[in-house]
Design a protein around this ligand. Structure first.
Ligand code: NAI
Length: 310
């Protein structure tokens, strides 16, 4: 069973994408808001019936119902309002996440946990520490969303250039670092059909793609109040790599123990995701500039955590 804790906008979308991809035959939406998870489950089941998809979605306010879950997504808590950074949510959501993780330990002690609540990297750290789970079993979703935005801006750049027009399918890229102000879309490592991005675009264009990727979430929030579908889909892609044991390399926020030269911090790095969760962390050979960005992200996560009682 897949359990999604937080049946709001992103939780509902994650359930929808996971059901359409038939990642399990049972998906549970859990929330403290009475009626919300039940209503969301009904709405989604109606859609699945019309589609002829045999996945049952249920909604509950009772943590006991998650007993025996294999995968638990934590997307409960407050979201950003226009003008807020992800870090502004820190204190409110730390309490929510600790409470939720206590229940996961109680009812789904063998599960893999995917934290999503923002600020993502500190929440992934709190989840890892308070769960006591092995580090391969806790890995947050943030980088996969940043990556979907990065790929879209690469795609848009190719659209402006007749000789380099390309389908979205042949774009290969990675985003690492903090899911926040210091994220690191690695233009140097991105490729279109095997051709490195820096051989296709000017430095100015690369810088533009980098900056847009970092800032676009705030723009979506300003325009429509929240980001919904892209995160919901990104969560389902991570679940898919687990349940199908795809061993896909994905950016996830996981606990570092010496990798990239850091320990005791949780931040986005590329990792092989399979049935055991994080099966390997890939270390990229970063240049000085990239190391500095990564370092800023690590410092930001560490200083956020310094003010929190874990
Ligand atoms: P939302 O407000 O639509 O839904 C949040 C839900 O959490 C609400 O239904 C609320 O009742 C529930 N909740 C609050 N405390 C709870 C508790 N203790 N136990 C169970 N449920 C509880 O918010 P939305 O837009 O779905 O976002 C949820 C979180 O995900 C936010 O923190 C947001 O910033 C984050 N987010 C993270 C992304 C990422 O890439 N990591 C992307 C998009 C959102």
């Amino acid at each position: 069973m897949i359990t999604i804790i937080g049946a709001g906008k992103v939780g509902g979308s994650a359930a929808l994408h996971s059901a359409i991809k038939q990642l399990d035959d049972q998906i549970l939406l859990l929330d403290i808001a009475e009626g919300l998870p039940q209503g969301e489950a009904m709405d989604l089941n109606h859609l699945l019936s019309e589609q002829g998809i045999d996945v049952e979605i249920s909604g509950s306010n009772n943590y006991e119902d998650m007993k025996g879950s294999d995968i638990v997504v934590v997307v409960a808590g407050a979201g950003r309002k226009p003008g807020m950074t992800r870090m502004d949510l820190l204190k409110i959501n730390a309490g929510v996440v600790k409470d939720v993780v206590g229940n996961i330990k109680k009812y789904a002690d063998n599960s893999l946990i995917i934290p999503v609540t923002n600020p993502l990297d500190p929440m992934a750290y709190i989840t890892y520490k308070t769960s006591g789970f092995e580090r391969n079993r806790v890995f947050g979703m943030g980088g996969m969303l940043d990556l979907s935005r990065f790929k879209q801006f690469i795609h848009e750049a190719t659209e402006e250039d007749e000789l380099n027009r390309s389908s979205r399918k042949v774009i290969d890229a990675i985003v690492i670092g903090e899911h926040g102000e210091n994220m690191l879309p690695l233009t140097r490592f991105a490729q279109i059909s095997g051709k490195p991005l820096p051989t296709i675009f000017s430095q100015e264009k690369l810088d533009e793609i980098f900056t847009k990727t970092k800032n676009v979430a705030a723009e979506v929030i300003k325009l429509k109040g929240a980001t919904v579908h892209a995160p919901g889909n990104a969560i389902s892609s991570m679940i898919q790599s687990i349940v199908e044991d795809k061993k896909q390399v994905m950016p996830v926020s996981t606990y570092l123990d010496g990798e990239y030269g850091y320990s005791d911090v949780t931040i986005g790095v590329p990792a092989v995701i399979g049935k055991n969760g994080v099966e390997k962390i890939n270390e990229l050979d970063l240049n000085q500039d990239e190391k500095e960005w990564f370092d800023k992200g690590v410092n930001s996560v560490k200083s956020a955590l310094a003010g929190i009682d874990i």
